[in-house]
Design a protein around this ligand. Sequence first.
Ligand code: AMP
Length: 439
Amino acid sequence: MPTFRAPRGTRDLLPAERAPMVRLEQVAGELAARYGYHPIETPAFEQAAVFERGIGEVTDVVEKELFFVGAREEESERWALRPEPTAGIARAYVQHGMQTWPQPVKVTMTGSMFRYDRPQAGRYRQFWQFDVEAIGDPGPAVDAEIIELAARFYREVGLSDVTILLNSIGDPACRPAYLEELTAYYRRHEARLPPLERERLARNPLRILDSKDPAVADINAGAPVATERLCDACATHFEAVREHLAALGVAYRLEPRLVRGLDYYTRTTFEVFPAWAAGQQSAVGGGGRYDGLIELMGGRPTPGIGFGIGLDRVLLALQEQPARIDAAEAILAPEPAPLAVVVGSDPADTATRLRLATELRGAGLAVRAELGRRKLGKQLEAAARDGAHFAVIAGDELAAGQVQLRDLEAGTQRPTPLANLARELQRAARTHHHGLEDD
Ligand code: AMP
């Protein structure tokens, strides 16, 4: 047993996982850029109040799942690791006066989030999200634009069959009456509510709708739904979101009980699931509108909408997905092998091998140098094991400005002047199937 292990609920992303995740981030980043989003980065921790006020005191994320950062005694501030990106971005929007920028401000962020949750499959204490936010546009068109962006992301990474669940949860004009009705309904069934849900009833009844407890499922089935009690303005907004989605050909399913785990949401909310797994743990992304959040952060009333992709979950889903999809294979592909390995007949002459490799790398090629001091035969075996296509063999003819260029797959080799080496390898790299990029 090793002395130290990664903390419970966290894991090391080894190259076989981190490389595919970087590819997901690249696809998402390029896609969002096409839609006019720009990357930003906020700190991994904030004053705890940013999350308490933004996300809501009576939510699981704040009540139970915040990771507090141990401040030194001389600091009076309380900090917490970010459990999600939106509250920090809203704080930054206000701090930097982004309301004076052209609206909406469209940003993306990618990084790890932290929730002190009970670890289980697909639920980690540190996980990765790619996030898009459009702040300053009341919608409804931008709502549809963001949902279409989300749908396209899953399609582009080869997650072939996802279901988008859509709901509207109203706003401060209509939610109080709805909450009252919901509370009255649960009061009538209070005797059958488990203790945790009974406690929620007093503090935040919406949370009961979101409950994972099977004992509550049949009570929830008869609960009043927000969509049927929207005020005129919210109903009109929701209708228009749906019209825009229809015009874009985006398929979704109405889910009147979708409330989402954070308080700041208003009106449009949505969540995305792989079609073959609709359980709570399998959501691969979710988002919604948060028209009151900027004001909570001390800014002028400003509408906003955002969406977070759960990158860990997308990877899991791609691995589990029954269908074989080329785009998914490309995301999950192992890291490409080096195009060539520089080996040499004089085991001790590491300087020459390193110099040749350095020149080829300077020419943009993926080249490994054999820096061990084993015999040429062993060096060539290692190069073949690497999956390299070529070996560049430095030997006596180096004095005459030549190396042997060996095609490890064909088993052929020919003398090649150093002056042509990079060009020949570049040509070979273009014409051979090598790693991800094929032309
Ligand atoms: P949420 O804001 O909770 O809906 O989170 C957005 C997305 O992040 C979810 O749809 C999940 O894909 C992912 N996610 C949330 N919590 C976790 C977690 N503890 N571990 C892994 N992924 C998570």
